[in-house]
Each structure stands twice: as C-alpha cells, then as structure tokens.
Design a protein around this ligand. Structure first.
Ligand code: PRX
Length: 653
C-alpha cells in the first residue's frame, strides 16, 4: 500500500515568513473550543439548531452503535434547499444577491435570494413532472452556470440525490458514474465557455448513453448556454428553458429525515474504480455552514465571497453551494478559466464585485505567479480581507506571493485541510481565535478530533511524523461508498485495530506546538492541480489500449500542478516495432483523455521494456518516481532484477 515513507516527505516549515494577523473582531470566539471540548455532541447539536432550520427538531445526536456507519440527528427533519433559500427570503433578505454570476465572455447575471428561490421551486416542480422523487439519483454534468446551483438545490429540495460529474470527464467516466448510481435523469448543457471558446458538453452525455448495454436514464435536460449545435433524441431530450417555463412556480419544501442522502460524489481511490462518496443532509449541512461561517469569518450582510472551485468537486459542493447559501452569503460564481480572455480575469472579477473573502488552490496561485505580478498589480484588490487555500500543502513561494501580491502583504491566509470524504473543513486556523502559522494547516476545528499516529497506531510525539487520522465521528463525515459498504470499511476504517479510527490517507507532522503540517498522500493517490487521481485508474485506462502490455503510473513533482501524471508503459511485443516511441506515447496520452478526461492525461508516457518489480511482483513506484523527478535512483536491492532501473534510466536519457 503506502509507497511513500513519511521520512521521504519534506516539510518546509522554516522557509515560511511571519504572517499577518486576523482581525480581532471575527465571528468565531475561543469559547467554541471550550464548548466543544466540554461536550462535543452537545456542541454539534447546538450548532445544528443555531445554524439551520429544522421542520422537526431532533432528540438524538450521534448514533455510533453501528460504527463505522454513523447517523447524526437521525430523528430530526429538515429541507436542505429551504435552509439555503426560502428561510433567507422569509427573514427579509430576499433582495440580497445570492449569486453574482460572471460568464467567461463577460456576460453576467445578478441573482437575488428571492430569484434563486423562485427558480429552484420551478426546477423542483420540473423534476417532479419528469418522475423524479425521493431517493432517485440525478446526474448533473454542467458548466459553472447558475443552473448548476439551481439543479443541485432542486434535487435536494425534493429529497432526491445528485451526482455531479465534473465537466472535464469523458463519456466513459460519465457512463460508469451514471450506471453505478443508476441515475434516472441527466442534467447537462449544450456547452459552456472555457478558454475563450465554447466547449461542448452534451455530445459526451450522448456518447455515454449510446454505449452498449442498458442504462437507467429516462431523460436528458439540456441547459442552453453554448448555442452550439447538438444532436437531439426526441422524447428523451428536453431543453431546460422550455421545460422550466412550463413548470409550476409554487413549491412547498417538505422536511426530510436528517439522514436522507443528499449527494454522491465520485472520487479516486487506490483502485481503478472511482468511489461514490455518499453524503447525507442534516449533519453535512451543519458542518459546512459552521465551517463556512467561522473559518471564513463570514459577515453575510457585508461580505462578498468567492470560492473558485467547480461544482464538480467537493469544494464546489460544500463551499460554493451548501455552506455559503445556508449562511445567506453573497458570492461570485465564475464560469470560465482564470486566463480567458486575459490573464487578469480573476483579479478583474475581484475588483468588479469587491470580493472580500477569496478561496482558491495553490496550483492556481502558482500558475498566476508564472505570469508575473504586473497583472494583478493593475487591479484594485483592496477589498480582500481574508484568503483561503485548499487542495494540497501550500509551498512557501506560493504562500508569499498570495499574501504579498494578492493580499497586499497584510491579508491573512487560512489553509484548510479536508477531503471529499470529510465533507467539510476539518483542520484550519480560526480567525479571531488562533494565531496564524504559515504553511501549517494548524489545528482541528472545534468539535473535530484529529491525531497523528505511527504505523502501529501510537500517537507521535511533538516533532514526529505519521499518519493523519480522525479519531471521533464528525457530522459531515461520509456515510459510506455508494453500493459498496465493504470497501468503505476496508478503505477508511481498517488501517488501525485500536479504532474505529478514520484513516485519511495523508501523512502529517506535528510540530512542537502540536500544530499539524500536511505532508501529502501516503497511498497511490495523486494530487494534480488539487484534483485527486488514482494511479490504478490511469493504469487500467492505459492497459485497456490494445498496444499496451503493462503500465505503471506515478505522480511526479511538478512546479505548476503540484504533481503530474507520469506513465511508464510496456508495449505488447507485436507492437514494439509498429510505433515510434513518440507516436505510441502521443496515442496513449490521447487514449487516457478519452477514457477518463483531460485532467488525467499524462504529462509524459515513457515506453519502456521492463518495469521495476519486487520479487513478489509488486511494481516499485518509488523508483519510477525517482526517475520521473530526475533524481538518482534509490535503493534497488529488493528488486527481482536489479539491472532493470539502469535499463530504464539509460533509455530515458
Ligand atoms: O491530500 C490531501 C489534499 O487533498 C486530499 C483530498 O482531496 P479531495 O478529496 O479531492 O478534496 C480536495 C478539496 C478538499 C487530501 O487527502 N489536501 C486537501 N487540502 C489540503 C490538502 N493537503 C494539504 N493541505 C491542505 N490544505
């Protein structure tokens, strides 16, 4: 399993300069930690009641008797969409802007809470008219348009379950997700704007559903955005704008049990098959609302918040849709890529809307660093008062640039550690309460219990490194892997026998103050531009090509993307002379794009004659990583054939 030893992971603590301070008048108070440590479950119950509207109050908090299967607030009832919409209107905030939507070409729409509520009500009625009801799964494959948010909330409003599929995924990836969740409906668009042009989306859905074998999809709802030509299947396909105009406008939100499934989100694990991470309603919404309010120090009446994540990822679910809307925040939603039509697009948007809280990933910061500070320097970014980082450990260079160039040297940065599985932020500094320690994700939030353990499950002393674990259940925790309870138990809860302890798959170090420094994954999961990819998934895509006999994939350090996909491939003997290595490599890069999506396209595919294996046949990825990162090759004594690494590195020179 682990292919990276803790010792080999570098931490960069000493290279970070001092940090600016948080404002003292932040919303969070030190008493949150006190309350949570005195009575963790009482604390979360109080948060659930304070932050959310329950149509039926709960009497139970956590039920852990069937661990690791948890329930939170089980006998309570709530409607997630009502919490994100109607209640803000009823509280007199209907005119507040919920979404400042900015299209990539420069078109924009401001949507108030009243308008968003009205749209979601119509969309809920439309879904019902298409036969969607409680528990049904709806796949969403949309660009970053308001309809993505509307669709997710409409699904939630009627107690159905969404499975958002990132717009960069291929037809094959769509089909496997649609099949796994047995989705009845797909909501997509003709296309969306990316990098200065329309990128078609519906053709991928059409191709996915045209693949051999039965599927469960009855309708495809199509948002018109790209105005590109699309094929049409009468009876199956419907235009969103036509169908929604015909839908009833009134819809009363009904309460659903707190454990009603809210969404499935597929993420990469250590095997070839993506896992459908399941999140439910009451506990999830409690923790995303709590963290969004306190970690980002949200003042909903005055802040303009912008999280740059796509709704196709967990950050887009928790910190674009559910957290901010549950808190009645005003936020920016941007359709396009950061560099279209010009490299200053993001900074222009911050200036235009007066963004005060900005949440993005280190990989984006690094790509702006390359373009130079003269671009952001041309914009007025003085409205910013809090910056956030997520997705990977932030390196000192990116941190300094973020603080100095974007944050004028004085804006604090919160580094937030969490995962698709955790649903919400788990480890972070807390404005107004903690000090800031640059580069460290710092401490478990109130109500969250984190530890760093060695391989045998013993806590490491200050200064020590080990594996990050969550030691107590938390409200937004995943409730399982869709359709695969065994994999859920095995992947997350079986690493330590002293449990139930949740094994996150990350290495971490505790410093002398007990603060947490994330060190990266310790399993075969890569982090490319803050997105999770599994080595096994890309390997199985490669070997599905007829010219490939065997493959090994590693995540190699990459200046721009954090890690990059590097593949080593052995061709079938009959093809060795058919293709030049350049042709084979280009062909296979294309093949991975078709199989999974452009995010998984290898930066390099090396055609090799052998792969380094142990005597038991396990590929030693660590050695391949040395090659991919241009290092001297480490210890090869456990290889079955010690000459193989020499052959590989000679070949690549
Ligand atoms: O390795 C950790 C890294 O991203 C992984 C989770 O990826 P995903 O489920 O796609 O969610 C990303 C957005 C929450 C983690 O296992 N990671 C995430 N945030 C940080 C991080 N590594 C270091 N520091 C972070 N702040």
């Amino acid at each position: 399993m682990p292919n990276t030893s803790i010792d080999s992971l570098q931490h960069e603590e000493r290279r970070f300069p001092p940090s600016p301070k948080f404002r003292a008048d932040a919303v969070a108070t030190a008493s949150l930690y006190d309350e949570a440590s005195a009575d963790r479950l009482g604390f979360w119950s109080a948060q659930a009641r304070e932050l959310l509207h329950w149509s039926t109050d709960f009497t139970k908090d956590l039920d852990w008797s069937n661990a690791p299967f948890a329930t939170w607030f089980e006998d309570g009832e709530l409607n997630v969409a009502y919490n994100c919409l109607d209640r803000h209107v009823l509280a007199g905030n209907g005119d507040r802007i919920a979404l400042h939507w900015e299209g990539e070409p420069g078109d924009s729409r401001d949507i108030s809470y009243s308008e968003l509520t009205a749209e979601v009500k119509r969309a809920a009625n439309l879904l019902i008219s298409l036969g969607i009801g409680k528990g049904d799964r709806v796949a969403v494959y949309l660009p970053m348009v308001p309809e993505a948010v509307i669709a997710m909330l409409a699904v939630a409003r009627i107690g159905a379950v969404h499975s958002v599929i990132f717009g960069g995924f291929s037809a094959d990836s769509i089909r496997s997700r649609v099949d796994d969740a047995e989705a009845k409906l797909v909501i997509t668009a003709d296309g969306g704007w990316r990098k200065g042009k329309v990128s078609a989306l519906k053709p991928a859905v059409d191709a996915a559903l045209a693949k051999p074998g039965d599927h469960t999809v009855q309708n495809v709802l199509v948002v018109k955005r790209g105005n590109n030509e699309v094929d049409w299947i009468d009876g199956r396909d419907l235009w969103w704008h036509e169908a929604i105009a015909a839908a009833e406008s009134e819809h009363e939100a009904q309460g659903f049990a707190a454990e009603t499934p809210l969404f499935i989100l597929y993420t990469s694990g250590t095997t070839g098959k993506p896992k459908g991470i399941l999140h439910t309603s009451g506990g999830y919404l409690t923790q995303v609302a709590f963290t969004h309010k306190n970690v980002f120090d949200l003042h909903p009446e005055s802040d303009v918040y912008w999280c740059t994540a796509d709704v196709g990822w967990i950050t887009g679910h928790s910190y674009v849709v559910y957290g901010p809307l549950a808190n009645g925040a005003t936020q920016v939603l941007y359709e396009g890529t950061p560099d279209a039509p010009h490299g200053g697009r993001w900074w222009e948007i911050i200036q235009k809307y007066g963004v005060t809280i900005f949440y993005t990933a280190p990989t984006a910061i690094r790509s702006f660093m390359k373009l130079g500070r003269q671009i952001p320097d041309d914009f007025d970014l003085s409205s910013l008062r809090l910056l956030g980082s997520v997705g990977e450990p932030i390196n000192p260079e990116a941190w300094v640039w973020y603080r100095d160039v974007i944050g004028a040297g004085t804006t604090p940065i919160v580094d937030t550690w969490w995962q698709t599985e955790t649903g919400a932020i788990m480890v972070s500094a807390l404005p107004g309460v903690t000090t800031l320690k640059p580069g460290s994700a710092q401490a478990a939030l109130p109500g969250i219990s984190i530890d760093v353990l060695d391989d045998s499950g013993n806590g490491v002393p200050p200064g020590g490194g080990g594996l990050l674990v969550v030691t107590e259940p938390w409200p937004a925790m995943l409730r399982g892997i869709w359709g695969d309870p065994e994999r859920f138990v095995e992947t997350y809860w079986s690493k330590f026998t002293t449990g139930p302890l949740y094994f996150a798959g990350d290495g971490a170090r505790l410093d002398e103050d007990g603060d947490i420094w994330l060190l990266g994954r310790v399993d075969d999961v890569m982090n490319v531009s803050g997105h999770r990819l599994s080595t096994a998934e890309i390997e199985s895509a490669l070997v599905s090509h007829p010219i490939v006999a065997e493959s090994a994939v590693v995540g190699a350090a990459d200046e721009a993307t954090g890690q990059a996909v590097v593949a080593f491939v052995i061709l079938r003997s009959e093809h060795v002379d058919t293709y030049t290595t350049d042709d084979a490599s280009a062909l296979l890069r294309r093949h991975v794009t078709e199989q999974i999506g452009a995010i998984a396209r290898p930066r390099e595919v090396f055609i090799v004659a052998e792969l380094p294996k142990t005597r038991s046949g396990k590929i030693m990825r660590r050695l391949l990583q040395d090659v991919a990162e241009g290092r001297d090759i480490g210890d090869t004594t456990t290889l079955a054939d010690t000459s193989v690494m020499q052959i590989i590195s000679d070949r690549l020179k």
